[in-house]
Ligand binder design. Sequence first.
Ligand SMILES: *Cc1c(COP(=O)(O)O)cnc(C)c1O
Length: 494
Amino acid sequence: MGIMYQSTRSKGEKVTASQAILKGLADDGGLFVPDRMPKFEVPLAKLATMSYQETAYEVMRLFFTDFTEEELKACINGAYDKKFDTDVIAPLVEKEGRYYLELFHGKTIAFKDMALSILPYLMTTSAKKNGVKNEIVILTATSGDTGKAALAGFADVPGTSIIVFYPKDGVSPIQEKQMVTEPGKNTMVVGVDGNFDDCQTGVKKIFSDKELAKRMDEKGYQFSSANSINIGRLVPQIVYYVYAYGQLLKQGALREGEPMDVVVPTGNFGNILAAYYGKQIGLPVGKLYCASNENKVLFDFFGSGTYDRKRDFILTSSPSMDILISSNLERLIYKIAGNDADKTKRFMAELSGEGEYTITDEMRRELESFVGGFATEEQTAQEIASVYDKTGYVLDPHTAVASYVCRNVAEADKVKTVVASTASPYKFTRSVMQAIDHEAYAPMGDFELVDELNRISGVTIPQAIESIRTAPVLHDTVCEVDGMKAVVEERLGL
Ligand SMILES: *Cc1c(COP(=O)(O)O)cnc(C)c1O
């Protein structure tokens, strides 16, 4: 029997992988989870010899069991090709004994590309398999990086269109420029007067609007999600942890079966959950260090067992981690609650009602492989400066948060540790350059800083940056949080 997917909030609905990818979110507002964890069948030693694409196939076939081999391989080969600026797709770079897994070599130079370059293929294949005739409307809330990666993935893909909502004042100048210059004909980008949580809540609300869904269907549309709640994003993210393990074996840094720790700069809890799923299928992952910026809800949660979102939302230099409601944590809650949907539903109701919930002691014991850590703005900047001074390697602020946590929390236990390196420093040049030398770089313009970064790091300026230097702004819609639904209705002519 293939793997089926069920909601974290009720026992009823069980769907195939392709249906779960199409729907994004379950009807009851829960997240789709596999009804059992498959086991990785390839001998670990063999991983060292496998390409990224081969590794991807061996991981994805375990979860997407209703896809044929031919379908999956077509998706993988379409996604992980020359769009990436390196054949190895995800290089593993050692500095000061830490292993930085560079996940930013795709089209939009952030790790979201790892999953969002394949999601459109998975989505259109799923539509074909299920006889879907409607146009699929991708609705996405972004804290900065998902937006452009999703736009790049879905731009001009037949049978799809995409609407992206981002917090108007909550993304970096380069992130915003990348999005509002998107030329795809089937794309729309909207700035929202609110923060990321407002955008995400707004999108979830539109998703669960039954009346709207009915009117959409009459006009030949249906929604899906490119957010990390989609299982079609989560599973491709397991791949690079498996691949990293293979690379460590290949480099002789690990012996077969020896554990590898991971440090993941975390926002919506998708990336670190993928590492946890990797562990569940049998990858020797030891500890999972969950690194937060000053929005350290998760650090507090791992320390106390209470998830409390009632606090000020802080805008930081790592905007893609400025999140107080980490959606994917629901999948972990479900797992540690013993796959109990009723219990999970109650916690989520408490979260949206009272703004907090506390898990039981029994559930906390299930979290023993997770360790929380965080870095303040100052510590993040110091980490960028210090790694640059010692090695010449330039970290982006998200990676720097993880690197700081690695240095100060993880390294005590002497296990080989992989730091998920989630964005190119070119995406956050202002914060990065000011961390290195505030006085010299604060007065410079955004693209002047790009050239300076190139000079001091010797790293080629990515195409993603070159192409927006002179690109015209094509999207200028701005709306209130309450106006998000109206924007969608107008765009689709409902
Ligand atoms: C999205 C993002 C994160 C956070 O990843 P989650 O899966 O949401 O936890 C971290 N760093 C960068 C650069 C990102 O774009």
